[in-house]
Design a protein around this ligand. Structure first.
Ligand SMILES: Nc1nc2c(ncn2[C@@H]2O[C@H](COP(=O)(O)OP(=O)(O)OP(=O)(O)O)[C@@H](O)[C@H]2O)c(=O)[nH]1
Ligand SMILES: [Mg+2]
Length: 244
C-alpha cells in the first residue's frame, strides 16, 4: 500500500483574488499535513499583494507554483488553466481548494484515500445534514437550494454539486474535453462533475465541514447565481442531444 501511495503526485490548484490575509495560514496548514503535495496558485492580478506574498513563499518552498493572469477572469477559467498546467506535467491527482480556509487542508489525506475507489472525490457539506459553520441563513438556503435544483434537473444523485473542494484523478481531466467547459462561476463545479458522471467515471462524496471565511471578501455575485440557473438547463439539453 505504501508503495502505491508514494507513486501519487498530487497538485492542489488554488485560485486567488485578494486573499493576502489568508495565504500564510493556508500554506502553514497545508504543509502540516502528512501528504506531500505541490501547489499551483492562479492569481488574477490581486491588488492586495497576494501574488507577491506567494512569490516570497516560493523562494522557501519549491513545491509552490504561481500563474499570474492580467485581471479577474473568473474561477472556471482559473481552474481550467490549472488543469492544463497539471496535464502538461506528471501529476496523478489534481485537487481544487479555495484560498480562504473554508476548506480545511486536514482533509487532503481523506480525499486521497477515497480516490483509491473513485475517479472524482467531492467534499460534501450536505451528506450528514448541513456541515456549514457560520454562514448566514440566506447563503445556506441559496447553496442548499442550488444543489437540490441542479440535482433534480441533471438527474445526479449527488448531495453537494456546487462545492469547490474536490479531487480528480488525472484520467478524468484527460478525458473531459476542457475546451468545451464553458461555466465560470459556481456552475463550473456542477459542470465538471456532470461531465465526469456522463463519461462513466465514479464519483464519491466525502463529508467535510465548510467554514465561512474569517478574512478577506467573498466574490459571490448575482451574476454567478444566474449563470448557474441557466447552465444546468444547457448542460441537460446538450446531454439529451448527445452534444455535451
Ligand atoms: N483567480 C481567481 N480566483 C478567484 C476568482 N473569483 C474567486 N476566486 C477565488 O476562488 C476561491 C473561492 O472564492 P470565494 O470568494 O471564497 O467564493 P465562495 O467561497 O463561493 O464565497 P464565500 O463563501 O463567501 O467565501 C477563493 O480562493 C477566491 O480567492 C477569480 O475570478 N479569479
Ligand atoms: Mg469562499
Amino acid at each position: 500500500m505504501s508503495e502505491k501511495k508514494s507513486e501519487n503526485r498530487v497538485l492542489i490548484v488554488i485560485p486567488t483574488y485578494n486573499e493576502h490575509e489568508n495565504i500564510d495560514r493556508l500554506l502553514a496548514k497545508i504543509r502540516e499535513q502528512p501528504i506531500q503535495t505541490d501547489l499551483l496558485f492562479i492569481d488574477d492580478n490581486s491588488q492586495d499583494g497576494t501574488a507577491e506574498l506567494i512569490k516570497s513563499h516560493m523562494t522557501k518552498d519549491p513545491g509552490i507554483n504561481l500563474i499570474q493572469r492580467p485581471g479577474k477572469m473568473g474561477l472556471g477559467t482559473a481552474y481550467l488553466a490549472g488543469f492544463k498546467w497539471a496535464l502538461e506535467r506528471d501529476y496523478t491527482h489534481v485537487m481544487e481548494m479555495d484560498a480562504d480556509l473554508s476548506h480545511d487542508p486536514v482533509e487532503v489525506p481523506r480525499f486521497l484515500e477515497a480516490a483509491g475507489e473513485a475517479d472524482v472525490v467531492l467534499g460534501s457539506r450536505y451528506i450528514t445534514g448541513v456541515n456549514v459553520i457560520n454562514w448566514p441563513l440566506k447563503r445556506l438556503i441559496l447553496s442548499y437550494g442550488a444543489n437540490v435544483y441542479a440535482g433534480i434537473i441533471l438527474g445526479a444523485k449527488i448531495k453537494d454539486l456546487t462545492g469547490g473542494y474536490k479531487l480528480f484523478r488525472r484520467e478524468v481531466l484527460e478525458k473531459i474535453d476542457l475546451e468545451r467547459v464553458k461555466s465560470n462561476g459556481y456552475s463550473f463545479q456542477i459542470e465538471m462533475t456532470f461531465r465526469a458522471l456522463n463519461l462513466g467515471f465514479k464519483v464519491k462524496e466525502v463529508s467535510i465541514i465548510f467554514y465561512d471565511r474569517t478574512a478577506g471578501h467573498s466574490k459571490m455575485s448575482k451574476k454567478i447565481v444566474r449563470e448557474a440557473i441557466l447552465m444546468v438547463w444547457k448542460l441537460k439539453m446538450r446531454q439529451l442531444l448527445g452534444r455535451l
